[in-house]
Design a protein around this ligand. Structure first.
Ligand SMILES: Cc1cc2nc3c(=O)[nH]c(=O)nc-3n(C[C@H](O)[C@H](O)[C@H](O)COP(=O)(O)OP(=O)(O)OC[C@H]3O[C@@H](n4cnc5c(N)ncnc54)[C@H](O)[C@@H]3O)c2cc1C
Length: 404
């Protein structure tokens, strides 16, 4: 692992390196210079040292980590107001799959206040262990204590893989944990698989979504990935859970934080397309804004909501909260009806997890048909009103397809 090194013979203990470090990463202890977890390898100390006693030893010189020491998957269980968030159960599902392939175990990190019952619920999904950190100071997410506690646990149990939700909390915590552990992190993965040697293959869109990159962390451990809510299916409950809760001790010093919570106001969660069971989505094929009304009627008949592609948001015809795709929302409804949508990779990244995808497009070669379970080559301005009419009359949509 790369790290700062000091030649204690050359060092005069002048303290200039300590003063130069803006991160508190260098300390003078027992008549020697020591580097702490806060060191960012920025090299300001090297410049400040008058006797050239400090240097950066690169990982190539130090040698790769011993992978055999790292086993199993650790899932970060995000809780809000004492309730574990749904993305956690999705990560557990993937964690169990990856660990199963390697013949290893799945553990969960859960921190909060009075949350033992939530730890019990996590066990119902077949995880082997829940490391529970229960303390009033951990009720709300604060970055310093959460980072410190999680890093200490990781150093102790040495997981091979760490999975975290790509939520605002996960996006804040994961990079800090990765930096402290000096390991790699791949954000917003859309798919994860594992090689026989334990290397995690992390797939995510890159270069503006024009390629799906496969990223591996072959020389460092643990391997860390974040995944957005709804990208992976939820784990199923097991009939006979046999995991255990490990009550972890919390040192008062680990709870130190520069952040003081003066109050907490829960925000009202508006109904979102992310949770919708049925989505009727409009693409540029609607050609004019009136097309949205047409599709809206179909969504109403089905008890669903409207989604859109990015060009419609850019056009000002729809709100960003309705955008499905890589730079919008990721959805996993039971039914997704794509109307006049070509099936660009950036759009598909946000909807390919739908149980049933039905596409209507005039172009028989449109890529959307590659991901659709059912496709209809036709003009949406003919198909959609006919479908809505049949539903209004209480009929089955099959009638439209048989007539078409
Ligand atoms: C970094 C980046 C991020 C992006 N993020 C997103 C994202 O989050 N979400 C997203 O959607 N896009 C995103 N995009 C844009 C994406 O690349 C595509 O441009 C966009 O998805 C295309 O939208 P569309 O399918 O509506 O339009 P088009 O690609 O223009 O397709 C229109 C389709 O409608 C069909 N059609 C035309 N008339 C009719 C008709 N009368 N009846 C039926 N079919 C008809 C056509 O055959 C065509 O297939 C992103 C792009 C980049 C570079």
């Amino acid at each position: 692992m790369s790290g700062m090194r000091v030649d204690q013979d050359l060092c005069t203990l002048c303290g200039q390196c300590v003063e130069a470090c803006p991160f508190g990463g260098v300390e003078m202890r027992d008549q020697s210079i020591e580097f702490t977890d806060s060191c960012r390898l920025c090299r300001l100390c090297i410049k400040a040292c008058p006797t050239s006693a400090i240097w950066l030893e690169k990982s190539e010189a130090v040698g790769a980590v011993d992978k055999a020491q790292y086993k199993g998957v650790l899932v970060f269980a995000e809780q809000r107001q004492g309730k574990v968030q749904p993305v956690t159960y999705e990560l557990i599902g993937k964690g169990l799959e990856l660990a199963g392939e390697l013949g290893e175990q799945v553990a969960v990190f859960l921190a909060g206040s009075k949350i033992e019952s939530e730890a019990g619920k996590l066990l119902e999904y077949g995880v082997d262990r829940v490391y529970l950190y229960d303390h009033p100071e951990l009720e709300h997410f604060r970055i310093e204590p959460y980072t410190g506690i999680m890093v200490d646990l990781v150093r102790e149990i040495k997981p091979n893989i760490i999975l975290m939700g790509a939520t605002s909390v996960g996006r804040s915590l994961a990079p800090r944990v990765a930096a402290r552990l000096r390991t790699g992190l791949t954000a917003d993965c859309t798919s994860l698989s594992v090689k026989g040697n334990g290397d995690l293959v992390q797939t995510r869109p890159a270069f503006g979504g024009n390629v799906m990159a496969q990223i591996v962390t072959p020389r460092h451990r643990p391997q860390m990935a974040t995944v957005r809510h709804k990208v992976m299916p939820m784990a199923a409950k097991v009939t006979k859970p046999d995991g255990q809760i490990v009550h972890c001790k919390i040192e008062e010093s680990s709870l130190q934080s520069g952040i003081k919570i003066v109050g907490f106001k829960p925000y009202q969660v508006a109904s979102s397309i992310t949770d919708a069971e049925i989505i009727v989505a409009a693409g540029r094929g609607i050609a004019r804004p009136e097309g949205l009304e047409l599709l809206g009627e179909l969504a109403d008949q089905l008890g669903g909501v409207m989604g859109v592609t990015r060009p419609l948001v850019e056009q000002g015809w729809a709100d960003y909260t309705q955008q499905v795709g890589m730079s919008g929302r990721t959805v996993r409804p039971r039914l997704y009806i794509a109307c006049g949508i070509s099936g660009a990779i950036q759009h598909v990244a946000g909807m390919r997890g739908a149980d049933v995808i039905f596409a209507i497009n005039t172009d028989p070669d449109a890529p959307i048909f590659d991901v659709a379970h059912y496709g209809l080559v036709g003009d949406l301005y003919e198909v959609v009103p006919a479908l809505t009419q049949v539903l209004k009359e209480g009929g089955s949509p099959n009638a439209v397809f048989q007539a078409g």
